[in-house]
Design a protein around this ligand. Structure first.
Ligand SMILES: Cc1ncc(COP(=O)(O)O)c(C=O)c1O
Length: 287
């Protein structure tokens, strides 16, 4: 496996960065998770834009233009002969002396691109639906570290994942600072109630899959609403599903022991899965 590291392709075992990199020392950096399907990079522009927005928000200058970044992503996929892959782009603050101040990093930020396969959830969850719980760990307060930023500081989500794991679950709902449903540890959440599609609009990562699904819903004439959602509304929803680049669309059939709808993946969910698959096959940056 060849990894893109600061302008060069290196073998996996040689893809190393300094222990003084502030990405490692402080989680100071930004990242993206992108997918390619049949040699098309899905929603590439949106992912690259979000990476640069996160970098901008943390005052990190990526040493490549957006066009160069897109080219490097494509080159990494070609270098590894991958037609269907998961791509991880990481930009760290770079190396510097100890101490939080990013000004200590004299060198340039490091750019790393990994292209690999990813399997997130067992296939059975896609066909039969997944059971999840709500965890106590709250999603970051937007005024502390905004959840819309995809920074290397993912401990908020990791703690929630650990909490869920201890209860025997692999995914969990995180509430926001006021107790409204925010999102799952690595996915956005959607509900279907009386034919309408609902999804939270606060304290979340503005998922690119979330956006794609809302676009599909609009095309299908399904009304979509982005608003604050209470946990009770999840329990009484007709359908529930999660979205994410890695997970794609995954049905949820039980939340905190409450059966959602019929306890099987719902019709709207199934339609979204089919349409999403079509969307991934149709468009993207060719490499
Ligand atoms: C916390 C969180 N929410 C939602 C998502 C889904 O976002 P996307 O569809 O852009 O992958 C992710 C994955 O990147 C995530 O980490």
């Amino acid at each position: 496996m060849k990894i893109y590291l600061d302008g060069k392709f290196v073998e996996k075992q040689d893809a190393k960065i300094s222990v003084f990199d502030h990405g490692l020392l402080y989680g100071d950096g930004a990242f993206e998770g992108i997918r390619s399907y049949d040699s098309l990079i899905f929603k590439c522009e949106e992912h690259v834009d979000r990476l640069y927005e996160t970098a901008d928000a943390i005052e990190l200058t990526i040493p490549l233009s957006k066009e160069e970044m897109t080219q490097k992503i494509a080159d990494t996929l070609k270098e590894n002969n991958l037609t269907d892959a998961y791509i991880r782009v990481i930009v760290t603050r770079g190396t510097g002396d100890l101490g939080l101040d990013p000004k200590k990093c004299q060198g340039k930020p490091s750019v790393i691109i990994i292209a690999d396969k990813i399997v997130l959830y067992p296939q059975e969850f896609y066909s039969n639906g997944m059971e999840i719980i709500t965890v106590k760990t709250r999603r970051n307060h937007p005024e502390a570290l905004h959840p819309k930023l995809k920074t290397l500081n993912y401990l908020n989500n990791i703690l929630a994942k650990i909490e869920a794991g201890k209860e025997g679950y692999i995914e969990a709902i995180m509430l926001d600072h006021e107790g409204y449903v925010a999102e799952c540890t690595g996915d956005n959440i959607f509900l279907i109630k009386d034919g309408n599609m609902l999804t939270p609009n606060r304290g979340i990562l503005l998922g690119i899959t979330r956006n794609t699904v809302m676009g599909i819903a609009k095309e299908e004439g399904i009304s979509t609403e982005e608003r604050l959602i209470k946990l009770d509304e999840v329990y009484s929803a007709d359908e529930c599903f999660l979205t994410g680049t890695a997970a794609e669309i995954i049905p949820v059939v039980k939340v905190d022991g409450h059966v959602i709808g019929t306890g099987k993946p719902g019709e709207v969910t199934k339609k979204m899965i089919t349409q999403f698959k079509e969307a991934t096959a149709k468009a993207g940056v060719k490499y």
